[in-house]
Design a protein around this ligand. Structure first.
Ligand SMILES: Cc1cc2nc3c(=O)[nH]c(=O)nc-3n(C[C@H](O)[C@H](O)[C@H](O)COP(=O)(O)OP(=O)(O)OC[C@H]3O[C@@H](n4cnc5c(N)ncnc54)[C@H](O)[C@@H]3O)c2cc1C
Length: 489
């Protein structure tokens, strides 16, 4: 059962089988009902466009899915969003559900299991320099960063960028686990500019990261506060009944006339005054049963499916999209009775090469209320990713056993004495990998579409950032571009 404000948007493809659909022509068709597609449909509706959103799964949300099982509230995908995630806060406010947001309860400790030891990560640059995380030599090297000559290159990987500016120990000990946590990726393949453009820009604009950060801080202190600026929120948040509350509320308020689930877009062809989409009712396998005509289309599927739909439309955009990579992941949820030795905090990361197979784990019941029944605790462990794809393919029983072992190795035997609940969730294409050159390729794909396929726009977590908030922002931006395009016709 999906958690959220009621079950919505399950209106399937009512006309499958050949019945006449009274609305086969719309201003905008949105393909994909993840947060990017829903944000696009929401923004376009508010701008006055007629919209149809088509989602192949039986429910909206894409990677965002929450489930209550045996008293545990589990997330299939994202668990948290940041206080600074403006696009999400804006959607929550517009939907009237800001009150569902819950802030993570302290402590916010993050742990790293490295060299067979579990230690708390520094909470910022100061604690990194004063604590025992780095050797004295590494601290001196990191402090010398302002004097390292600038040599920014757009094609530098993140591990090399950080090692060049701050030293190898900071790259391996602090940044590599962080990249595992965000991208399930490999810092030696992820691009510095692609994944952390702000950091890269600091060197580019100011000659160094620390210099740049100080300059920005001074500039922001000097500028007068905008009276209408929204309150600054800090820390991490979730939604009381699970992250799925947001996509379900979007679909609910857009209504079944706009959102169709269980309908896959099988083809996309140029037609007079727009685009023709071939639709397939997922329940009745077979060739497309109906078409929809749209003046503009937002493709809000993962990159792989967008590339497929572009067949015969823009070879240039298609070729670039085909180079986008994502990694497979399996999530293992574990629950059991509370113990005196159970950990508290955000969770733990495990760099590769340790005696623990999990990439990392979150502590949902420590972070948010209502995630486990009274007297119980819960864990969410991540397996697979770019560096250990085989782990995502292990069978359920092996994954659950590896998960228990991982918890006990990282937090000790007393952390989870007994497992009374387990659940495995799999994502064959979990997280977009912002490899070196990814952003430039996606930018070029968007530009190729403008030239080759006017009226087609891309949105999703592979376009302009990997988080839910980034995906929502890309959806809103695509809707704005589509609205502007519509007004030129
Ligand atoms: C395990 C995991 C943990 C994560 N943790 C976090 C986190 O804590 N915080 C955070 O901010 N982000 C997190 N993320 C990332 C975030 O969830 C995603 O980046 C974001 O939800 C992606 O949204 P999207 O709309 O771009 O794509 P998706 O959610 O993938 O949606 C795309 C939709 O398109 C549909 N579709 C595909 N092809 C077609 C077709 N031909 N016709 C119709 N529909 C189609 C799919 O069914 C899908 O529903 C996590 C992701 C995963 C997998």
């Amino acid at each position: 059962m999906a958690a959220g404000p009621g079950k919505v948007a399950t209106a399937g493809f009512a006309d499958a089988g050949g019945g006449a659909d009274p609305a086969t022509q719309v201003d905008l068709a949105v393909v994909g009902g993840g947060i990017a597609g829903l944000a696009a449909a929401w923004r376009a509706r508010r701008a006055g466009l007629t919209v149809r959103l088509l989602e192949s799964a039986p429910q909206v949300g894409g990677k965002i899915r929450s489930e209550r099982v045996d008293g545990f509230l589990i997330e299939h995908g994202p668990h948290t969003f940041l206080g600074s995630a403006t696009p999400l806060w804006q959607l929550l406010a517009e939907l009237g559900i800001s009150g569902h947001a819950v802030q993570a309860q302290p402590p916010s400790w993050r742990f790293v299991h490295r060299g067979g030891r579990t230690r708390r990560l520094p909470t910022g640059p100061w604690s990194a320099l004063t604590g025992d995380w780095l050797s004295a030599r590494a601290k001196l090297r990191a402090l010398a960063e302002p004097w390292v000559p600038a040599a920014s290159r757009p094609d530098e990987d993140l591990a090399s960028f950080v090692a060049r500016r701050f030293g190898r120990e900071v790259a391996d000990g602090l940044v590599a686990p962080f990249v595992t946590g965000v991208y399930a990726g490999d810092a030696a393949a992820i691009g510095a500019r692609d994944a952390f453009p702000t950091l890269w820009q600091l060197e580019r604009d100011h000659g160094g990261v620390l210099r740049g950060a100080l300059a920005r801080r001074r500039a922001s202190r000097g500028s007068a506060p905008a009276s209408a600026s929204p309150p600054k929120r800090r820390g991490l948040y979730s939604l009381r009944d699970g992250m799925a509350t947001l996509p379900l509320a979007l679909a609910d308020q857009l209504g079944p006339g706009v959102v169709r689930t269980g309908v896959a877009v099988a083809s996309l062809t140029r037609a007079a005054g727009g685009w023709t989409l071939g639709l397939r009712d997922v329940a009745s396998e077979g060739s497309p049963t109906q078409t929809l005509h749209a003046r503009a289309v937002v493709l809000a599927t993962p990159a792989e499916q967008a590339a497929e739909l572009l067949q015969g439309t823009s070879l240039d955009a298609r070729t670039r999209l085909s180079r986008a990579r994502s990694c497979a992941m399996a999530l293992v949820h574990l629950g059991g009775p509370e113990t005196p030795g159970q950990p508290r905090g955000f969770g733990a990361l495990v760099p590769r090469g340790e005696d623990v197979r999990a990439l990392g784990m979150l502590l949902p019941s420590s972070l948010f209320p209502g995630r486990a029944p009274d007297g119980h605790q819960s864990y969410a462990l991540f397996f697979g990713g770019a560096q250990d794809p085989a782990a995502a393919q292990l069978d359920d029983a092996t994954l659950v056993q590896q998960a228990q072992e991982s918890v006990r190795r990282v937090f000790g035997q007393g952390a989870l004495a007994e497992v009374t609940f387990s659940r495995v969730v799999r994502w064959p294409a979990a997280i977009a990998q912002y490899e070196v050159g990814h952003r430039a390729r996606m930018q070029a794909a968007c530009e190729a579409l403008l030239a080759d396929a006017p009226g087609l726009f891309l949105a999703g977590s592979y376009v302009d950032g990997v988080s839910m908030s980034d995906a929502a922002r890309s959806g809103a931006a695509a809707a704005e571009a589509a609205t502007a395009f519509r007004s030129t016709l």
